[in-house]
Design a protein around this ligand. Structure first.
Ligand code: SF4
Ligand code: SF4
Length: 335
């Protein structure tokens, strides 16, 4: 026996979560031709089909683009610090793609490595993740090459699996997921079905061996000549996590004091200034070196350090790249 929920019952449930004051985020039609994960104001905004992958990833609900770490006020020799905003309310991410949810256990390793990132961990603890198994994939998808699948459950608390006729099989995977759907589903003898995964495009172990021995290969320059260094690939990626911390001064707190906030902002290894030293020297002086860094980090360094590939094969970097490169394009070339 399985447990089923209809689209209408799911929307009613989303409405109940919103009424309880939870933040609910999921795929939404933000423009006529654009579906993105966004905080939902009403259950009707939730989009459950007709798209392959939202334009962004769910990481921004754990690791926002900009985040205030603390405020400061300096007057003479006196420095006052103020606490960051109160912890975020409980949130539910609904209809996340499995390749987005799978990024979270990978990111957990980074945000709990040499120091514990309280901001990230606080949001992780306050979030329940409901994934939506894929019904289709496109030419940018390669989840099966990194050990995942259209119904992979890594990082999910519950999964919705399309069963046709406006119904979804609900697979509760954790206590959090079970609590969310308790008493809201109907038993059924049917099952939902995910699509077949995309054909594997490379062998991750072979790729790691290649990267280990080819740091200086001319192939990097050949493959990445067209990269613009725009950083879009990092911003739409569920696993990219680079950030910068800087002080943003508020204008004239008073005639004698200065004030502002210390902020954590998304950054990208594809930007020229990312590794620029104060001396002017830049150890990654050209775009080929920056692209090599991105591939090396995801498929060699992170797996060696944390035992996990820093990529879920979601394909977002390829879809969003203005010159149709992204990770898949570079990996095809390496192959
Ligand atoms: S690979 Fe594409 S998206 Fe990434 S920095 Fe280069 S041009 Fe931009
Ligand atoms: S590198 Fe590209 S394919 Fe891999 S997780 Fe990031 S956006 Fe998705």
């Amino acid at each position: 026996m399985s447990e089923m929920i209809t689209t209408q019952a799911l929307r009613t449930l989303v409405g109940e979560w919103l009424d309880k004051g939870r933040r609910v985020a999921g795929p939404s039609q933000v423009k006529p031709d654009l579906v993105s994960y966004t905080a939902l104001a009403t259950p009707d905004q939730l989009v459950l089909d007709g798209f392959i992958h939202p334009s962004n990833s769910i990481k921004e609900f754990f690791f926002p683009r900009h985040e205030r770490l603390y405020g400061y006020r300096i007057e003479g020799r006196k420095v006052e610090l103020s606490d960051p905003p109160a912890p975020d309310a409980e949130q539910v991410i609904i209809a996340a793609r499995p390749c987005d949810a799978a990024a979270l256990p990978i990111l957990d390793k980074l945000f709990n490595w040499d120091s514990r990132d309280e901001f990230y961990n606080r949001r992780r603890a306050a979030t329940t993740i409901v994934t939506l198994a894929c019904s289709a994939h496109d030419s940018a998808c390669f989840c099966t090459s990194v050990g995942l699948a259209p119904d992979a459950t890594n990082g999910s608390d519950a999964m919705l699996v399309p069963a046709g006729e406006g119904r979804y099989e609900v697979r509760a995977l954790t206590d959090k997921g079970r609590a969310l759907f308790e008493g809201k589903t109907e038993p059924s003898t049917d099952n939902g079905h995910a699509c077949d995964g995309p054909p594997a495009r490379f062998d991750a172990n072979n790729l790691r061996d290649f990267l280990r021995g080819n740091f200086e290969s001319p192939v990097w320059a050949e493959l990445t000549l067209r990269c613009l260094g725009c950083g879009t690939c990092a911003y739409v990626c569920p696993t990219c996590h680079c950030f910068d911390i800087d002080d943003q001064g508020a204008c004239a707190a008073s005639a004698t004091a200065s004030a502002g906030a210390r902020m954590k902002n998304w950054d990208s290894c594809q930007f020229r200034m990312f590794t620029q030293h104060a001396s002017g020297h830049n150890p990654r002086a050209n775009q080929a070196q920056r692209q090599r860094q991105r591939i090396m980090h995801k498929f060699f360094v992170y797996p060696e350090r944390f035992g996990a590939i820093l990529c879920t094969g979601c394909g977002n970097c390829t879809r969003a790249c203005p010159v149709s490169l992204g990770v898949a394009g570079v990996l095809e070339g390496l192959k």
